[in-house]
Design a protein around this ligand. Sequence first.
Ligand code: SAM
Ligand code: SF4
Length: 326
Amino acid sequence: MLIDQFNRVHDYLRISLTDNCNFRCFYCMPEEEYEFTPASKLMQANEIEAIAKTFVGLGVKKIRLTGGEPLVRKDAAEIIHALSKLPVTLTMTTNGARLHEFIPTLKQAGVTSLNVSLDTLQADKFQLITRRDQFQRVYDNIHLLLENDIRAKVNVVAMKEFNDQEINDFVRWTKDVPVHVRFIEFMPFQGNKWTSNKVLTWQQILQIVEAEFSFLPLKDELNETAKKYIVPGHAGTFAVISTMSAPFCGTCNRMRLTADGKMKNCLFSKEETDLLTALRNGQDIIPLISQSIHAKAKELGGQFSADFEHIEASAIQNRSMITIGG
Ligand code: SAM
Ligand code: SF4
């Protein structure tokens, strides 16, 4: 088992399949022209499988595929198929644009729940965020998941003066549609122009919802990052992921593997452990994984505190979100 200095058991691995993406979300990608990592530097399908197997041997029970956009990778179906053979819950975070091509693959792999990102219910605003005209495609693909009995959690990055007016539109969507909307507090990463006054906090989100709906809290599951709520009578739920105003580091069970094979023990860690080069050199990667977990900081990668209004974003040393894998 992978246990850190604060007695946290790490049994959840998030694997980025690529830093490439068919969208250009401004809060995720650096603004300057960005060169995607060449394929030779990315983990190959067999390398992903080998590293994942090692983690499973160390107690990992859940794997999430992410990116960049995991479904732009040419061998995404092959990777999903290979990882579905492991004794883990397999899931994915996707922008949803290509989901319609992958329903049979996902069903065959036994995937029962997916996270799809959708920050607005307005087509023109969608284009502003992603620089792509794909709102209807993503919206329809969320419904396609539901028709195929795949649970859909919808990730919404909540930002002041951007989509705060739409919080209750999303909650209204949960009335008849069994979607699980998750509002994520806007987080700082390299090049994403984060400022604390753009963060719409958990408490502010609840105040907005309260003005229109009565709602009840739902029971939190172990290691859960989302604080969940239901409007009685609604088919779906809503939740807040309060990384900035109320981090959940105390129960963190998560580890990350970037598409170029570097292990990150925290989303905000500046240190990385190069598992891919070690694997390619025939080295045993287990001691490297254990050392990385042992070195994990108590909270927020040791880089800032929950007093987010005073964060100096430019002082945080980290990759951009698209190259970490959210
Ligand atoms: N391309 C996929 C997608 O968009 O779902 C997977 C990768 S994306 C980096 C993973 C998640 O991170 C998405 O839900 C996205 O909205 C979220 N994300 C990206 N940048 C963020 C930021 N600065 N603050 C909060 N969430 C962010
Ligand atoms: Fe691509 Fe997802 Fe980042 Fe948007 S949030 S640019 S879809 S990786």
